[in-house]
Design a binder for this molecule. Structure first.
Ligand SMILES: Nc1ncnc2c1ncn2[C@@H]1O[C@H](COP(=O)(O)OP(=O)(O)OP(=O)(O)O)[C@@H](O)[C@H]1O
Ligand SMILES: [Mg+2]
Length: 222
């Protein structure tokens, strides 16, 4: 609108419109910077200040609780989530279930949004297992969907903030950055993306069966 007026304006009117336009642009960039800082601080908040106490839990029950909390959304989109765990396997985890829930909920919400964007119906498979190798004992949680998979354009920087294909669908590109931060820095594990046979995406998380003490735990014991 302002630009159209500017095109047909002359002299003093053009100058005044030009000044308005400059002011609007300055305001816009100031607000974009403010929004950027705000989002950055939310991200730090979600990792640093989320209080979660260490407990021993069956890791499958954490997965099940997350699925339950999302069940209205999953039911509405007819998405079925299955959990597979080897019967009798020791799946006790000494860690922080609140943090793990935040990780899993982000992964499930991504599958809902990106694997099954409009279609009614879809499947998410979760596999939980215990892995023992030279590094120690780990619990591996794999979340797999049968959607189109992660777009090549975002693959290389998938776990970095603000990397998203979801602008316009409510995506900010913070979800997987937060997930990565929690898995690596809080739960001392690892996360990766695999390409499963038959398409879709599979996010694999490996967590130490006993999460090493956090800095604040160590200082409260001292
Ligand atoms: N299960 C999936 N299938 C296909 N693409 C995915 C999947 N999970 C993530 N992605 C891709 O990775 C990008 C980054 O995901 P991320 O969770 O960080 O951000 P977002 O979901 O777009 O936004 P936010 O989580 O902040 O709402 C997504 O925009 C999407 O392109
Ligand atoms: Mg997300």
């Amino acid at each position: 609108m302002l630009v159209r007026q500017l095109r047909s304006a002359e002299g003093a009117e053009a100058e005044s419109l030009d000044a308005d336009l400059n002011e609007a642009c300055a305001l816009l960039s100031k607000n974009i910077l403010r929004a950027h800082d705000l989002i950055k601080s939310f991200k730090q908040l979600s990792v640093g200040q989320l209080t979660d106490r260490r407990v021993q839990v069956d890791v499958t029950s954490v997965v099940r609780d997350c699925i339950d909390s999302l069940s209205p959304e999953l039911r509405a989109k007819k998405i079925e989530v299955t959990i597979t765990a080897t019967a009798g396997e020791e799946l006790t985890w000494d860690g922080f279930p609140g943090h793990l829930s935040q990780v899993l909920i982000n992964l499930f919400q991504n599958s809902v949004r990106y694997a099954y964007p409009d279609v009614q119906g879809g499947k998410i498979d979760v596999r939980v297992e215990r892995v023992v190798d030279t590094r120690g004992v780990f619990l591996r949680i794999a979340v797999r969907d049968h959607g189109p998979g992660v777009a090549p354009a975002v693959r290389k920087r998938l776990f970095q903030p603000f990397v998203t294909t979801g602008i316009g669908q409510g995506g900010t590109g913070l979800g997987l950055a937060i997930v990565h931060n929690i898995v690596v820095n809080v739960l001392r594990g690892r996360i990766g993306l695999e390409d499963p046979e038959g398409g879709g995406s599979r996010f694999v998380i490996e967590l130490p069966a006993v999460v090493p003490p956090r800095d604040d735990e160590a200082s409260s014991e001292a």
